[in-house]
Ligand binder design. Structure first.
Ligand code: FAD
Length: 631
């Protein structure tokens, strides 16, 4: 085999979305030499697509907001399955991370008195999302990149080399993590353009690879979201938790077919948009669950008053957490009250003046005009659920973001725990800033604590290279498979059998299908050579998508209740006993094993932030009796 390109760093960050960039900035500021590796172009991560905003309890629009309220909302949204320590750190630190972005050059929309403006979003008690129109992710990425460039300029002044301490390896896919004596030693990958292999030697790796949406047919996610980081972590010996919880965003485009799944931001509802069925009824009033009854308006007049007088009225039910709204839309369509193309109507045209819609929702206006020939200032949109976000991910230590594997850290969507069974909108951008920084800090201090650098064995490099080349040799074994066909069947099965509403027998069917697909993916064959060869890239990604799908399906089968982003038709209620259990996935042979572990008990002062009546909806009487006096 020809000589492999090698690079040595202190910290390798895999992923250049918000989590990766924030981690890289922190590790570099701690004096470490950092590589940022990303499989797409630099600047084109998922984060750039984020529209609505960053949730942070700054209290700029309603001074009653504070970290405790944000913490409460996050735990409620996740139906108390969140890692409470992560939710606490997140709520406490998010405002600092947003203000810090402005020191990097971000400029958020302003209130009339010049403060960072904050908008309403589902599940957030007060207006909390700092935003830049509906293009917040673009500003977030732009300012993090600007900070990286300014650090590189500083390095140039110090050493004459812009890349002395931060270098970006764009369009470079990592396929394997390498270890030395159980600890991280580096990462192996290939340049997408040339197909040449590349080896990163590093004692610490931060995974910031985002989600898994490309395993599902209808999704808001782009081609990058093939669960690589989840699978890399599993294969390296780390564990994943909460994988049964997949968020289906209630509002994706449903028409035309070529754009099905593309996101329609929650800001449309946050800014006054309402959902209607084919009979013109605002149906969300029919779907307010018992646990939220006291917080949401049960009539249109009160719901509408809330936009101007939130202190004396309850919130409109269109702003329930996403899992509730997605299920409601699904039920309306199933009951035959859907829109012509199988969704429901989302109307902002009768709620705001046209000029205001164009000002507040410029991307949505453009998106519908260009892609569906719909003018949202004059007519309603058609929308339906779309696979959007995975709550499950790498099990990490909350304060440092370290996984079970020494030297392996994870932050952003690839990490699990923070959002419990369901993420609130806006809580991902704040999550990736808070825990991206913590992962960078954690990785730097881990490296500081090492007495010697790990080394990578040649045989590990050879087997990583051999595996990556396997799709070119699959034809030698006889039967061959087209990776695109296998991918299409995987997406269809996950969508139909482990999608928004699940049933035991269907999940079992999905698991049988996944076994077949696993075998077929081993025979996925491609022609030609390694120079830009998308079929080869997909054949490599397939292994990750199937492994991660197996985690989702196996955990979904075990969890015999419905909670957040996991709805079992055969177990429709929430079961307090399941609130005490997490499901952990680990590699077992060439598949995945799932075991249960206890959910850590919430610290007493945090539990005290909730009223007893609310806790009774989630906790058993015995648990509450054991807790000291509650207000
Ligand atoms: P990403 O930003 O996705 O970055 C992942 C990076 O990993 C990319 O650079 C990718 O190239 C790289 N990568 C992946 N695999 C590999 C590999 N094998 N080798 C090398 N590199 C790899 N959240 C909010 O809080 N507010 C919002 O308003 C909001 N709006 C959204 C709108 C849309 C359309 C979508 C899809 C999501 C939205 N979200 C929002 C969710 C949020 O954007 C994502 O959860 C978040 O950006 C994930 O950030 P990340 O840093 O974890 O990963």
């Amino acid at each position: 085999m020809s000589e492999i390109e090698r690079h040595a760093y202190d910290v390798v960050v895999i992923g250049a979305g918000g989590a990766g960039l924030r981690a890289a900035i922190e590790a570099r500021e701690q004096g470490k030499r950092v590589a940022i590796v990303c499989k797409s172009l630099f600047g084109k991560a998922h984060t750039v697509m984020a529209e609505g905003g960053i949730a942070a309890a700054m209290g700029n629009v309603n001074s009653r907001d504070n970290w405790q309220v944000h913490f409460r909302d996050t735990m409620r949204g996740g139906k108390f399955l969140n890692n409470w320590r992560m939710a606490e750190l997140h709520a406490r630190e998010a405002p600092d991370r947003v203000w810090e972005l402005e020191t990097y050059g971000a400029l958020f929309d302003r209130t009339k008195d010049g403060r960072i403006s904050q908008r309403n979003f589902g599940g957030h008690e007060y207006p909390r999302l700092a935003h830049v129109g509906d293009r917040t992710g673009l500003e977030l990425i732009r300012s993090l990149q600007q900070q990286i460039v300014s650090l590189q300029q500083q390095d140039f002044r110090d050493s004459g080399d812009y890349e002395a301490r931060i270098r970006v390896f764009a369009e470079c896919t990592v396929t394997e993590l390498l270890k030395d004596d159980g600890a991280i030693a580096g990462a192996f990958g290939y340049w997408r353009e040339t197909g040449r292999f590349v080896l990163f030697e590093a004692p610490a790796v931060v995974l910031a690879t985002g989600g898994i949406g490309k395993s599902f047919k209808v999704t808001s996610n782009s081609w990058e979201y093939t669960g690589d980081g989840h699978a890399l972590a599993l294969r390296a010996g780390a564990s994943l938790i909460n994988m049964e919880f997949v968020q289906f965003h209630p509002t994706g485009m449903v028409w035309p077919p070529s754009v099905k799944g593309i996101l329609v931001t929650e800001s449309v509802r946050g800014d006054g948009g309402v959902l209607r069925n084919s009979e013109g009824r605002r149906f969300m009033f029919d779907y307010i669950p018992e646990v939220f009854k006291d917080k949401y308006a049960d009539n249109e007049a009160e719901a509408d008053r809330w936009y101007t007088d939130p202190d004396s009225n309850r919130r409109p039910p269109e702003l329930l957490p996403r899992d509730e709204v997605a299920r409601a839309i699904n039920s309306e369509v199933k009951a035959g009250r859907g829109s012509p193309h199988g969704g429901v109507f989302l109307d902002v045209s009768t709620r705001l003046p046209a000029e205001e819609i164009r000002r507040r929702l410029p991307s949505m206006h453009h998106q519908f005009k260009e892609l569906a020939d719909v003018d949202i200032t004059a007519e309603p949109m058609e929308v339906g659920p779309t696979c959007h976000y995975v709550m499950g991910g790498v099990e990490v230590e909350p304060d440092t973001a370290q996984s079970r594997v020494p030297g392996l850290f994870a932050a952003g969507e690839v990490a699990g725990g923070m959002h419990g069974s369901n993420r609130l909108g806006g809580n991902s951008l704040s999550d990736l800033l808070v825990f991206g920084r913590r992962a960078g800090l954690g990785a730097a201090s881990y490296v500081d604590g090492l007495s010697a650098r790990p080394s990578i064995s040649q045989s590990d490099v050879d087997s990583a290279a051999q595996w990556a080349q396997a799709p070119f040799n699959a034809a030698d074994g006889g039967e061959v498979e087209n990776p695109y066909t296998v991918h299409t069947e995987l997406q269809q099965s996950m969508n139909d059998l482990v999608g928004i509403i699940r049933k035991g027998p269907e999940i079992e069917q999905a698991l049988e299908k996944l076994e077949q697909l696993k075998t077929r993916a081993r025979n996925a064959s491609v022609e030609g050579h390694r120079q830009f060869n998308p079929g080869w890239h997909l054949a490599i990604d397939l292994r990750n998508m199937i492994l991660v799908s197996e985690c989702v399906a196996k955990a979904a089968l075990l969890r015999t209740e419905s909670r957040g982003g996991h709805t079992r038709d055969d177990y429709p209620g929430m079961d307090p006993l399941w609130r005490k259990q997490l499901l952990r996935c680990e590699v077992d042979g060439d598949g995945v094993g799932v075991t249960s572990l206890p959910q850590p008990e919430m610290r007493s002062d945090l539990l005290d932030l909730f009223e007893r009546e609310e806790l009774q909806k989630y906790y058993t009487d015995a648990e509450l009796a054991a807790h000291r006096e509650l207000p």
